[in-house]
Design a protein around this ligand. Structure first.
Ligand code: BMA
Length: 339
């Protein structure tokens, strides 16, 4: 079946042809991980990070766990999307009036989404000591402006859609708790101005297959296609040794993204290789960004591996769509508007 990405062409997208025989629709970059341990003076581990095309090259916001183990956000730049020059100092935020915005005790799991000409950053922030969703913007990855927190705690995995839908901004999120949350479904909320949020809807629940039975959370910004919004997400199973984070894909209705059209009942990537199964938190593949080339249908997913490294996986929109059609299983509320 045919499917087409609606968006920009990206001729310099990082790319490698499929070589492995895994029968998986996504394949790993042979030089993974692209960011290894102790990559900067301040950072012990850089992972779960977001990148976007920027001025013909690439820019990003990176989760850097420092040597006191608290995570902060750092800006970075790259010519090729593979070799990154990451700022040694955390991002310094100012508020909308230009005053310093004090850094929280932690900032992690950023997503970066370009809407019109602005790059929005959404991450897990410290809201009065609680885990919540932070929101800010930049146009140059040098000056960063902090907006009001969109939701009250506890919430994580906030992801904006890359354009307004029916005149409103849309944000996916995953209501959580103040620990290593043992539950979690994806919801969507709307806002006319990025300040006031409402019209909350359920998108999808965890639970249908074991790989995504404990909790799920949106990954990179959804990719627009002529068949719907392509969403990569993480799905978690709890086994006797703890959580295992895999990556799955779903297709959401283009005008009403709370309706799930397709959803993979199998993961598209799960921890299998050394840098995913051995690290600070073993068995984690956590996607936070994807680049797509509308010309060729190529997609590269940036994911955090074992809370230690940054790694890449490749796929194409066609390969994914075929896999989604063959392995589609909707949860009980998928495809309905649940308010
Ligand atoms: C989640 C988040 C992620 C992390 C994952 C596995 O709750 O904290 O940043 O990758 O756990 O440790």
């Amino acid at each position: 079946m045919s499917i087409r990405i609606i968006g920009d062409t990206l001729p310099n997208i990082p790319w490698q042809e499929k070589e492995d025989e895994s029968h998986s629709p996504a394949w790993r970059y042979s030089n993974n991980p692209i960011i290894k341990r102790n990559p900067t003076k301040s950072a012990a581990r850089i992972f779960n990070s977001a990148v976007v095309p920027f001025n013909g090259q690439f820019a990003g916001v990176f989760r850097a766990d420092h040597k006191h183990m608290q995570p902060f956000l750092h800006a970075g730049f790259s010519r090729d999307g593979l070799n990154w020059d990451i700022d040694g100092e955390p991002i310094h935020w100012v508020d909308e009036e230009g005053n310093d915005y004090p850094m929280g005790r932690f900032e992690y799991d950023p997503r970066v989404v370009k809407v019109d000409d602005v790059y929005y950053i959404i991450w897990c922030c410290d809201f009065a000591g609680c885990y919540a969703i932070g929101l800010g913007w930049t146009v140059d990855f040098k000056k960063f402006v902090r907006l009001k927190n969109p939701f009250i705690p506890f919430n994580r995995n906030g992801v904006l859609f890359p354009r307004k839908i029916n005149g409103n901004y849309l944000m996916l999120s995953r209501p959580s708790d103040n620990g290593h949350t043992q539950f979690g479904d994806i919801f969507v909320s709307e806002s006319p101005d990025l300040t006031y949020w409402g019209n909350h809807r359920l998108v999808m629940r965890s639970g249908i297959n074991w790989w995504q039975s404990t909790k799920i959370g949106a990954g990179p910004a959804p990719i627009e296609t002529d068949k719907g919004w392509l969403l990569f997400y993480h799905g978690v199973i709890t086994n006797c040794n703890g959580f295992v984070y895999s990556i799955g894909a779903a297709l959401l209705d283009i005008d009403e993204p709370c309706k799930v059209l397709l959803r993979t009942n199998k993961y598209i990537l799960t921890p299998e290789v050394d840098y995913e199964t051995n690290g600070f938190v073993p068995n984690v593949c956590f996607p936070c960004a994807a680049l797509a080339d509308a010309d060729t249908g190529r997609i590269v997913i940036y994911y955090g591996a074992s809370d230690t490294y940054t790694a890449l996986a490749f796929t194409t929109v066609k390969e994914l769509y075929d896999f989604m059609l063959e392995n589609n299983e909707l949860g009980i509320d998928d495809g309905r508007v649940v308010r």
